[in-house]
Design a protein around this ligand. Structure first.
Ligand SMILES: Cc1ncc(COP(=O)(O)O)c(C=O)c1O
Ligand SMILES: [Zn+2]
Length: 433
C-alpha cells in the first residue's frame, strides 16, 4: 500500500473540542489554551467511540512508519499533516545497563535518534505545525529551552512556514547552531526560560503567530502521547509496569499517561496499573521538591543546572505530573549535576547511546530509584531518553578521556597503547577500591 492511499483512508477528525482540565468548560478547537472562566489549561477532547470503530492493531501496523500511524488519536482535522518521518524510534531491550543496575527487564526508548532534529520535541512540533497550518497560521514560534527551537525551525522550514523562535541567551552552542541552520529569526533573550516564556505570552497576544507551546499548546502536547503508543506497540501491545521520564513543564510525563489510558479505553491493550516516575535536575526541581515534601502545589524556582533543556522553574503541568506520580505509586526524584554527567557516561558506555543532559538526568534518577529499592528488578521498566548528546557536548567536556595524539609510525602507536593500558589498569584499581 502506498503512503498516499493510507493517508486518504483517514478523513475525519476524531477530536470534538477543547476542554478545561479544571472546570470542564468546553471550547471550539481553535488556537487557545487557557480557560476564560478559571484560567485552567485546555486539553483536546476526543470521541473515543469513533476512534474505537476506526482503529485496530492491524490498521495501525499498516500505517506510515512515523507518529502518523496513530493519526486517529491526534488533533488534526485533515490528511494534510506534516510527516517528516518523526517517531517510531527504537525501543531497545537493555543488556549491559540492565545488568549494571541489577534489572531484568529494562527497555530504553531512544528518542536521541528521533527525526529530524534528534529529540522527542519533533513529535510535538510535527503535530503543532500540522494543526497550525489547518488553523491558517503562516508564522510559527515558540519559547524554548533549546530542543523545541531546533524542531520548530526545522519543521517550519520543511513546511514553508515563517518562523521566529525564542531561547534563553546562555544555551549550548549545539542548540543555537542547530536552530540557526534552518534560517529562522532567532531571539536569544537575556534571561531564563521562564522569562522567555513570559515575553512570548505577551508577543502571542499581539503578533497573531502560532506559538506551538502557548496558543497551540493543547495540540502540541498531544504529540507526546505517541511515546506511549509506540512503546505499547513495540512491547507487542502490552503496557510496561513502570516508566521513568524527564520532567520540565511536566507535559511529556502527563501525556505518556494519557496515551496509555487511551489505549486501554479503545481496547488496544489490556488494563494495567503502570507506575510513573519522573526525573529532575537538583538545580531546577520544583516538581520533585513538591513530591518529596508531600506538597500538592508547586513553588517556582530559579534554574541553575547543566540540564538546560529541562530547566523550567515554573512548570505549567507540574501539578498534573505530581498527581500522576502519587496516583500510580511512582516517584519524582532529583539528581545533581555530577550525577547527571555520570548518567550520560553510564548510558554511553553500556548501551552506545550518547544522550544529552536530560537523558543523563533520567538515567541517574533510574539508578537512584533502583538503589533505593523503588524499582523492582523484575518489573518491565521503560526509561525514556529524549534528546541527543551531540547537542550538549559542553556538559561532558573535561569529564571524559582525551585522544592519544601520535606520530604516523608503529613505535609511537605502541608507546601510546602501553600508556593507555597502564591508565586502564589504574582505572580498574580505582573501581575495585
Ligand atoms: C530533551 C528534553 N527532554 C525532556 C523535556 C521535558 O519536556 P516537558 O516540558 O514536556 O516536561 C525537554 C523539554 O523541555 C527536553 O528538551
Ligand atoms: Zn476552567
Amino acid at each position: 500500500m502506498t503512503q498516499a492511499t493510507i493517508k486518504t483512508s483517514f478523513t475525519t477528525a476524531n477530536f470534538t473540542s477543547l476542554v478545561c482540565k479544571e472546570c470542564g468548560a468546553e471550547y471550539e478547537p481553535k488556537a487557545t489554551h487557557v480557560c476564560e472562566f478559571c484560567f485552567g489549561p485546555l486539553e483536546v477532547s476526543y470521541d473515543y467511540e469513533a476512534i474505537k470503530r476506526k482503529v485496530s492493531r492491524e490498521t495501525i501496523a499498516a500505517g506510515p512508519n512515523s507518529i502518523w500511524r496513530y493519526r486517529e488519536f491526534l488533533p488534526v482535522a485533515t490528511d494534510n499533516y506534516i510527516d517528516v518521518g518523526t517517531g517510531m524510534t527504537p525501543l531497545l531491550k537493555s543488556n549491559r545497563l540492565a545488568r549494571r543496575l541489577g534489572l531484568k527487564n529494562l527497555y530504553i526508548k531512544n528518542d536521541a535518534v528521533n527525526m529530524p532534529t534528534l529529540s522527542f520535541k519533533d513529535r510535538v512540533v510535527s503535530v503543532a505545525l500540522s494543526r497550525a497550518r489547518e488553523l491558517g497560521f503562516t508564522t510559527v514560534s515558540c519559547a524554548s529551552t533549546g530542543n523545541l527551537a531546533n524542531s520548530t525551525a526545522a519543521i517550519a522550514a520543511y513546511a514553508g512556514l515563517d518562523c521566529c523562535v525564542f531561547i534563553p541567551s546562555d544555551l549550548e552552542a549545539g542548540k543555537v547552531l542547530g536552530t540557526l541552520i534552518y534560517d529562522p529569526t532567532l531571539m536569544a533573550v537575556r534571561g531564563n526560560y521562564d522569562q522567555v516564556n513570559r515575553l512570548c505570552c505577551e508577543v502571542a497576544n499581539t503578533q497573531g503567530w502560532g506559538f506551538v507551546n502557548i496558543n497551540l499548546r493543547p495540540y502540541y502536547s498531544e504529540g507526546s502521547k505517541t511515546l506511549a503508543y509506540e512503546v505499547a506497540e513495540q512491547l507487542g501491545w502490552q503496557l510496561p509496569d513502570h516508566i521513568v521520564a524527564p520532567c520540565a513543564s511536566g507535559s511529556l510525563y502527563t501525556k505518556i499517561h494519557k496515551g496509555f489510558q487511551e489505549l486501554i479505553k479503545v481496547g488496544l491493550v489490556d488494563d494495567k496499573h503502570v507506575r510513573f516516575s519522573g526525573a529532575q535536575a537538583e538545580g531546577c526541581s520544583p516538581i520533585a521538591a513538591a513530591f518529596l515534601e508531600g506538597r500538592d502545589f508547586i513553588t517556582p524556582v530559579k534554574p541553575n543546572t547543566i540540564a538546560k533543556s529541562i530547566a523550567i522553574g515554573n512548570p505549567a503541568d507540574g501539578v498534573y505530573a505530581l498527581e500522576i506520580a502519587k496516583k500510580t505509586q511512582g516517584n519524582i526524584e532529583l539528581v545533581n549535576d555530577a550525577e547527571i554527567i555520570e548518567g550520560m557516561k553510564l548510558l554511553a558506555e553500556t548501551e552506545g547511546i550518547f544522550t544529552e543532559t536530560a537523558g543523563g538526568t533520567t538515567i541517574a534518577v533510574l539508578k537512584k530509584l533502583v538503589e533505593a529499592g523503588k524499582i523492582d528488578p523484575e518489573e518491565t521498566t521503560v526509561v525514556y531518553i529524549t534528546g541527543n548528546g551531540l547537542k550538549t557536548q559542553e556538559a561532558v567536556q573535561g569529564y571524559i578521556g582525551e585522544p592519544y595524539t601520535i606520530d604516523a609510525n608503529l613505535d609511537s602507536f605502541h608507546r601510546a597503547l602501553e600508556r593507555s593500558q597502564v591508565l586502564n589498569r589504574l582505572e580498574w584499581k580505582q573501581v575495585l577500591v
